[in-house]
Design a protein around this ligand. Structure first.
Ligand code: F6R
Length: 602
């Protein structure tokens, strides 16, 4: 949510910053701006995305600068509220929220503020200390000691050229290291074109970045050790390749992403080995409850896994929205509970806050995360599982969902084996998982017929997604995707809930997507929902493993692999449906309105 890009070195800063911001646009596209420092400070800003920014206005000779792409929190998406913000001698870009900005205004001449943002207030507070100290690093330190809230910051000063001061509390900052040059970003995707050698800032660290040096300090300005890490992603992973948009690319990447999630972990002999979870045999023996926490699609993936993990492990599995868990008192026994934090980005603010809350309560914490080096990956106490799904650029998450579910299934197979249960349970999970990449590849071949179907469905504006058992969470994910990318009103219900209220909405203009399972008992139960909707004149699209459903209006047939993984195949059909409808509507598929990838504010 919001993106930061900075550069200092020997090259024209504006192009590097601009390209970095383009990479980061999926994190917010309400407004964008760049400030460079050469002979003088130059700032350009605009409402909208990078395509609206005229970088010709900036001197190419400037070799340092900062930029920002914004997802509005405080204040509307106007040019005045766009970053970088300058106050006095200070210019900065900021991700996060300064919670006590009203209180901080008492330190400054607030009549001089030009925007409604908390970020400009912080710039003014740094300027206040800069006037006293005449030292940018000390001024930053004092201001950050006063500030409450979260920040990822890059700060420059026209009166202290040749350096960018960078700081972090709760909002990620990564610094890429080049030859006599440094790249500062809120997300490694912005710097992959230039280097794979990086440093992740920790909370309350300040970095002083010059073209030829990098110094790291804590908030008391005591020097800290600089530890480099190497990224394994390539710049190619950031392009659309042969696809029209990242959503389509990432849907099609699922067979490979799943194979990568399983590589070296799920074996054809039926065993599942995980090196990441840090749980002793005693921890596993004590385990009485699993708690899965996430937001949006990550939550939906956890909800699907709940159905399967309860079968596999015979333990209760609760799934909580991170935004609820962080403020709710759930009576979880720290001795016997394991909390698993699900996040593609590893930077979702609510999920991080819930992780901190679980740790405070002494609950064991594990992560299922895609982005290596992210906050959740680094801060869980008991390790976890990296998805290795590759970069997910589309705001709407697809491949991460499939990989998250698979990672939780692998976890179930791994733990049940370590609990000393029948090896056949693990072998069944392994077998189904290993078949999944090929089956999903075959499901992707339905894309053309789903496109034709989408054409017939364009007139429906209100949708239900219905399922039973683990197909109910698949329905939840289907409804989320359709609403966020296609801007259609979509809700999910367990199909058995229809007659308790939702069926009142059904009429001839209403479309229900009904997911019928392979299992005979549940199949017949779900079929009665189909009859009930048809009896009220509603339209129904069925998705099932049967070749046809006579009573429905539209139908898609999916493969049956096994009860643990079938839902993932249904889900791919629903992803393709959202893609097809959104394309036909001519929407901005990778950047749905009002959204941003990686929600780093509460
Ligand atoms: C929906 C979507 C969001 C994210 C949610 C959590 O398509 O992408 O609902 O799933 O914001 O994000 P992560 O997984 O990064 O924590």
């Amino acid at each position: 949510m919001c993106g930061i890009m900075g550069y200092i070195g020997g090259k024209p800063a504006k192009y590097i910053i601009y390209n970095g911001l383009q990479r980061l646009e999926y994190r917010g596209y309400d407004s964008v701006g760049i400030a460079t420092l050469g002979k003088q400070l130059q700032t350009i800003k605009t409402v909208g995305d990078t395509s609206k920014l005229n970088i010709d206005l900036i001197d190419p000779k400037a070799t340092m600068g900062i930029g920002h792409t914004r997802w509005a929190t405080h204040g509307k998406p106007t040019e005045a509220n766009a970053h970088p913000h300058s106050f006095g001698a200070i210019t900065l870009v900021h991700n996060g929220i300064i919670e006590n900005y009203e209180e901080l205004k008492t330190m400054i001449d607030s009549k001089k503020l030009k925007s409604q943002t908390d970020s400009e207030v912080l710039a003014a507070v740094i300027d206040y200390y800069f006037k006293k100290e005449a030292d940018l690093v000390k001024a930053t330190k004092y201001a950050l000691q006063d500030a409450k809230g979260t920040f990822g910051l890059a700060i420059i000063s026209k009166d202290a050229p040749g350096q960018i001061v960078v700081a972090r509390r709760g909002s990620p900052i990564v610094i890429g290291v080049g030859n006599q040059q440094y790249f500062i970003a809120s997300d490694q995707t912005a710097i992959l074109d230039h280097t794979n050698k990086v440093i992740y800032l920790e909370d309350d660290q300040i970095a002083v970045v010059k073209a030829d040096s990098l110094e790291l300090y804590d908030l008391k300005l005591l020097a800290q050790k600089v530890a480099f890490e190497t990224l394994d992603e390539s710049p190619e992973s950031l392009t659309k390749g042969v696809y029209r948009n990242f959503l389509e690319k990432e849907i099609h990447e699922q067979p490979t992403a799943l194979a990568n999630t399983m590589r070296g972990r799920v074996s054809s002999d039926g065993s599942i080995t995980l090196g990441g979870p840090n749980l002793s045999q005693a921890d596993i023996a004590k385990l009485k409850q699993i708690l899965i926490i996430g937001c949006g699609t990550a939550y939906n993936a956890g909800y699907y896994a709940k159905y399967e993990l309860e079968k596999i492990l015979g333990l209760p599995v609760s799934v909580e929205y991170a935004s609820e868990f962080r403020y709710r008192f759930g009576a979880y026994d720290p001795e016997t509970t394991l909390a698993i934090f699900m996040s593609q980005s590893g930077e979702t603010a609510d999920t991080i806050a819930s992780l901190n809350e679980a740790k405070r309560r002494g609950i064991k914490t594990m992560g299922i995360v895609n982005v290596v080096g992210s906050t959740i990956a680094r801060e869980v106490a008991n390790g976890g599982i990296f998805l290795h799904a590759g970069v997910e650029s589309s705001v709407a998450s697809t491949k991460a969902y499939s990989c998250m579910v698979s990672a939780l299934l692998m976890f179930g197979g791994f733990i049940t084996y370590r609990q000393g249960k029948d090896a056949a349970i693990t072998q069944k999970i392994a077998k189904e998982l290993l078949e999944l990449p090929d089956e999903i590849a075959l499901t992707l071949e339905l894309q053309d017929s789903i496109k034709k179907l989408a054409q017939k469905l364009l007139g429906y504006h209100d949708w239900f997604f219905l399922g039973r058992g683990s197909l109910y969470p698949v329905a939840m994910e289907g409804a989320l995707k359709l609403s966020e990318v296609s801007y259609l009103h979509a809700q999910a219900f367990p199909s058995g809930e229809m007659k308790h209220g939702p069926i009142a909405l059904v009429n001839s203009q209403h479309m229900s997507v009904l997911l019928l399972p392979e299992d005979n008992l549940l199949y017949n139960k779900t079929l009665s929902t189909l009859e009930e909707i048809k009896a009220r004149g509603g339209k129904v699209l069925t998705v099932s493993t049967r070749p046809k459903e006579p009573a429905s209006d539209f139908h898609l047939t999916v493969a049956h692999v096994g009860d643990h993984v079938d839902g993932l195949i249904y889900n791919v059909c629903l992803q393709l449906l959202t893609l097809a409808i959104s394309e036909k509507k001519g929407l901005n598929i990778d950047r749905p309105r009002n959204l941003a990838k990686s929600v780093t504010v509460e």
